[in-house]
Design a protein around this ligand. Sequence first.
Ligand code: IPE
Ligand code: IPE
Ligand code: MG
Length: 243
Amino acid sequence: MDYTKLKIPNHIAIILDGNGRWAKNLGLKRSEGHKAGYENLKKLCVHILKTGVKYLSVYAFSTENFKRSEEEVGYLMNLIAKKFKSDAKYFMENNIKVVFSGIRDNLRKDVLESMDYITNLTKNNKKGTFNVCLNYGGHLEITDMTKKIAKLVKENKLDIDNINEDIVNKNLYQDLPPIDLLIRTSGEQRVSNFMLWQLSYAEFYFPTVHFPDFNEEEFDKSLIEYTKRDRRFGGINYDKEID
Ligand code: IPE
Ligand code: IPE
Ligand code: MG
């Protein structure tokens, strides 16, 4: 693939969906789907950042996902605790900065320790930022941002009249640029409470493959599609208009 011929988004977000259905189709347990999903994500993340994308955000576990069975939540938490520790070296070797978005409440101690370990280890890496949304909810992020700003105003550190979009962005979980392309695998066409502020002008792409099968080739198709999109941001590209 000649990436110089493609438009490369600065920030891509992926809703990692369909691990369960992928496993079911193969007669496997849902947990096998999560394992395959993680292994795919690990490789794909390096590929995506190599194409020139600078920020990759992924939806790994929503605040709503705690509604799942104790067994499934437990498996996912074990996977996260284990892999973000054992693969920290891999992310270092690939010069990737790993950060997390979400709340720490309700997360196990070993999960938090793993998250802190990899965040701290990779903090100076420069190839790109891998933002893992874990115990994350979009409404909650906006609510938490509102509380942080209200506190700054109350403590006389910020004047109400100086609140602007930049201040809002800086008080979210991570200070990230807007999302250019949102991908949700599995064919589901909904946002499920993901990065509502950051998605304002994103292009949406919904491949039907389940996440464990969303490999480099499938990802490259999303770049081809993105290159064809006419992004207007409310304006009009007059030179493309035919009278
Ligand atoms: C995505 O796959 C992973 C998480 C939400 C943690 P799912 O587990 O949602 O898979 P499906 O949608 O049931 O196939
Ligand atoms: C969204 O997927 C959350 C993650 C991918 C982590 P879900 O599978 O939980 O979303 P719904 O329930 O189908 O909307
Ligand atoms: Mg799902």
